[in-house]
Design a protein around this ligand. Structure first.
Ligand SMILES: C[S@@+](CC[C@H](N)C(=O)[O-])C[C@H]1O[C@@H](n2cnc3c(N)ncnc32)[C@H](O)[C@@H]1O
Ligand SMILES: [Zn+2]
Length: 322
């Protein structure tokens, strides 16, 4: 599936090189552009809550880059994150990878930098987050990563055209998470893998209680939050964390017993969840699908983890299309 002949910028739908054109010369996909960043939404009005979510991330693009970040520092930081190391190791070096709701695109930039023959597309609805992403991409010269502004519910990609589709921390911030999961799933090629991360009901339990207490008190209770307690984290990162975790305008929680059958109905079958972390095995190696009791056990472990969870209840499920 390599990137033979791929030249940046390239079309997310047919992968043809675009040059300076304002529509794909091969499939005619139209877009506005800001340099190499393609914008298929342009100034079109969006659904009211989607606009509200975009305004939110315009104030606080997520995740933030460290001052002076470059390709080497992003690679170094990502290679210290066990999940990202396992993700990179599991994805073929010539795979087509799609990150939906990529925000400032740190994950797709890492996956593109780590294997120059991957074809990586990052899509997000927030112009400002993507401006940060594109600024980094151009500075670090990541030519196998194409950034695109589009809405998750109207994606400018061919169905079933990516071997790996990642969407972490996104579907629960949309008006219709079930439909969002269906849209994400639709992009996964036969034999391909989905990595879906969302706020799981049991995993998020402790955070919901902590946030409710914070609301009563008029501000987050720092002693109860593992990130706000950290001394090695700068104030700007903490501000963004507070916005994202305590002040988000649109957030759902979804229980695993709801998401698993939904994925099954979309033709995506269980590989594993994260947590628990991988222990030597590959992230995409199959593990037995949990029984009803196994699901309860996982949820209990996530609920207990909530006390000190740096992801505040964000759980990932990895699933494969037959
Ligand atoms: C919490 S951030 C997650 C960023 C990134 N996936 C990560 O894990 O660091 C959620 C992202 O989803 C994007 N998003 C939310 N609703 C969207 C939609 N309907 N279409 C496209 N992107 C959307 C937001 O703009 C935001 O950048
Ligand atoms: Zn095209």
């Amino acid at each position: 599936m390599g990137r033979i002949g791929l030249e940046h910028p390239f079309c997310p739908r047919c992968f043809a090189s675009i040059g300076q054109a304002a529509a794909c010369p091969s499939c005619a996909l139209p877009f506005d552009r800001s340099g190499a960043l393609l914008d298929v939404l342009g100034s079109r009005a969006r659904e009211r809550r989607a606009e509200e979510v975009e305004r939110f991330y315009t104030k606080s693009p997520f995740p933030g880059y460290a001052p002076g970040d470059d390709g080497a520092s992003l690679l170094d930081r990502s290679r210290r994150a066990p999940f990202l190391v396992a993700l990179d190791a599991a994805i073929a070096p010539d795979a087509r990878v799609l990150d939906l709701g990529c925000g400032t695109a740190q994950v797709p930039a890492f996956l593109a930098l780590a294997a120059s023959h991957r074809t990586v597309v990052g899509i997000d609805g927030c112009r400002e987050s993507l401006a940060h992403a594109e600024e980094f991409r151009a500075r670090a010269v990541v030519d196998n990563l194409q950034l695109v502004r589009a809405d998750l519910f109207d994606l400018p990609v061919e169905p079933r055209s990516f071997q790996v589709v990642i969407s972490r921390g996104v579907v629960h911030h949309t008006p219709d998470p079930d439909d969002a999961i269906a849209k994400v799933a639709e992009c996964v090629a036969p034999g391909g893998v989905l990595v879906l991360g969302w706020y799981e009901t049991a995993g998020r339990l402790f955070h919901c209680a902590r946030r409710a207490l914070g609301r009563l008190r008029g501000q987050p209770i720092r002693a109860l939050d593992p990130l706000l307690r950290r001394r090695d984290m700068d104030d700007e990162k903490k501000r963004i964390w507070i916005e994202d975790q305590y002040l988000h305008p649109l957030e759902h929680i979804l229980p695993l017993p709801h998401v698993l059958p939904l994925l099954d109905s979309l033709g995506l079958h269980w590989i594993r969840s994260i947590p628990p972390a991988t222990r030597g095995e590959g992230l995409f190696d199959p593990t037995p699908r949990p029984s009803a009791m196994g699901i309860r056990r996982l949820q209990l472990a996530w609920a207990l983890r909530g006390l000190n969870d740096p992801d505040a209840g964000l759980v990932c499920v990895v699933a494969r299309r037959a």
